[in-house]
Ligand binder design. Structure first.
Ligand code: ARG
Length: 403
């Protein structure tokens, strides 16, 4: 018997998961039974011999699309089929990974006509070569907690990761909208960080269709949300680095990112600018501020030529997705409280849907522990201050497209 099989791996489980994925995948791709059976047999042999197996590009692409289709929190799944999958399994070094991420941003951003893209890096089968992207999203704003009586700034959701970046040697301006660097690690090696070239960071300053003074709030948001910390599982194979993006729905920015009290918390500022009465709840100033903030997001993205969807259209598209899936004989996995939009949810058809339930489907996207948890540069770890330089490779990389 070969000894390449990783310890603790349940071979039978992997064989089962691989076969079940291949059956579903090949039936969706309308492949012949002969092709399916041939492939199952060769994957079987490969697993017995090596303890793992390699997906073909076609399997990888279809598996990634299925993972999107199965994501119970996503309202935008009507477009699952259009996902563009970039196979980056050949990337080995942190610089190669960064270059692939820059390419992802360029491809997805597409001058504003956003394309849903996923870049898949190699599987986590060999832990000492495992790739992790430490960022929650490729583009995100830094967060700085209040210090020495100075008010906080930036995105509170990024406070912990921002501290990690600072310990690695990155420095922000301390402002509200500093774009964080990419932080990448290979196995247990110290992470590398890379500043994202400015031309790859599309941002939209917020203006309002009627209220001219709205721009005085100095609000902005980036164009492309690329979630980069989830694990993609296909047929028993884990891909711990598989960043993916769609386009924004306006409430993600207007209601949550800028409106949440635990995020930018800007409803009061918007209400004051609009001259609303904040002395009483019954003026509904929060609701009115929320509405105008969301209108500003839609208006500004439209004006800038950046793809965005409003929550009514997105909800209608979700209903169409459900119908489409029903026709295919597939049940839709859904988490109701994630799918209802965070503004006027009862005005959308999802509100009435009491049949939504979460299913345990594969391929899938799953949360994993942040890559910086428990590592040297984890700021939460209690250790005496050291005079030594942090053990990191600081790298500045030129954008390979704009040398
Ligand atoms: N809600 C997250 C944000 O506001 C983005 C999650 C993915 N969203 C998307 N439209 N694909 O940044």
């Amino acid at each position: 018997m070969d000894t390449n099989i990783p310890e603790g791996l349940d071979i039978n489980e992997l064989l089962e998961q691989a076969e079940s994925f291949l059956r579903q995948c090949y039936s969706e791709l309308e492949k012949s039974p002969a092709e399916l059976n041939g492939r199952i047999e060769s994957v079987h042999k490969e697993i017995i011999r090596t303890g793992t197996y390699l997906h073909t590009q076609e399997e990888l692409t279809q598996g990634a699309k299925m993972a999107w289709r199965h994501n119970s929190r996503c309202i935008g799944r009507l477009f699952w089929h259009s996902l563009e999958v970039i196979d980056a399994r050949q990337a080995e070094t942190a610089s190669q990974v960064a270059a692939a991420l820059f390419r992802h941003l360029e491809r997805a951003g597409n001058g504003g006509r956003i394309r849903p893209v996923m870049t898949v890096f190699r599987s986590g089968t060999e832990p000492d070569k495992a790739i992790r992207i430490w960022n929650h999203q490729l583009i995100r704003y830094a967060g700085y907690p209040d210090k020495d009586g100075q008010a906080r700034s930036g995105d509170p959701a990024s406070d912990a990761f921002t501290a990690v970046c600072q310990r690695l040697g990155w420095q922000g301006t301390g402002g509200d909208f500093d774009v964080l660097p990419l932080v990448i690690s290979i196995g247990e090696e110290p992470p590398c960080w890379f500043a994202i070239p400015e031309e790859l960071v599309q941002e939209v300053p917020l203006t309002h269709p009627e209220v001219e003074r709205f721009s005085e709030l100095g609000l902005r948001w980036y164009a492309v949300p690329v979630v980069s910390d989830m694990l993609l599982e296909i047929g028993g194979i884990d891909y711990p680095a598989a960043p993916f993006n769609g386009w924004y729905m306006e409430t993600e920015i207007g209601s949550r990112n800028l409106g949440d009290t635990g995020r930018y918390n800007r409803l009061a500022a918007v209400a004051d600018l609009l001259g609303l009465d904040r002395s009483s709840n019954t003026s509904l100033w929060k609701d009115r501020a929320l509405l105008e903030l969301n209108r500003a997001v839609l208006h500004s993205f439209k004006q800038a030529g950046v793809s965005i969807v409003d929550h009514h259209t997105a909800a209608d598209q979700f209903v169409r997705f459900q119908e489409q899936e029903r026709q295919k004989g597939r049940e839709v996995s859904g988490k109701w409280h994630w799918l209802i939009p965070p503004m006027s949810p009862s005005s959308t058809p999802i509100w009435e849907d009491n049949k939504l339930r979460e299913l345990n489907l594969s391929p899938r996207l799953i949360y994993q522990k942040p890559a910086f948890a428990g590592r040297d540069s984890n700021p939460d770890r209690d250790e005496p201050a050291s005079q030594e330089e942090p053990a990191v490779h600081v790298q500045e990389m030129k954008c390979p497209f704009h040398q």
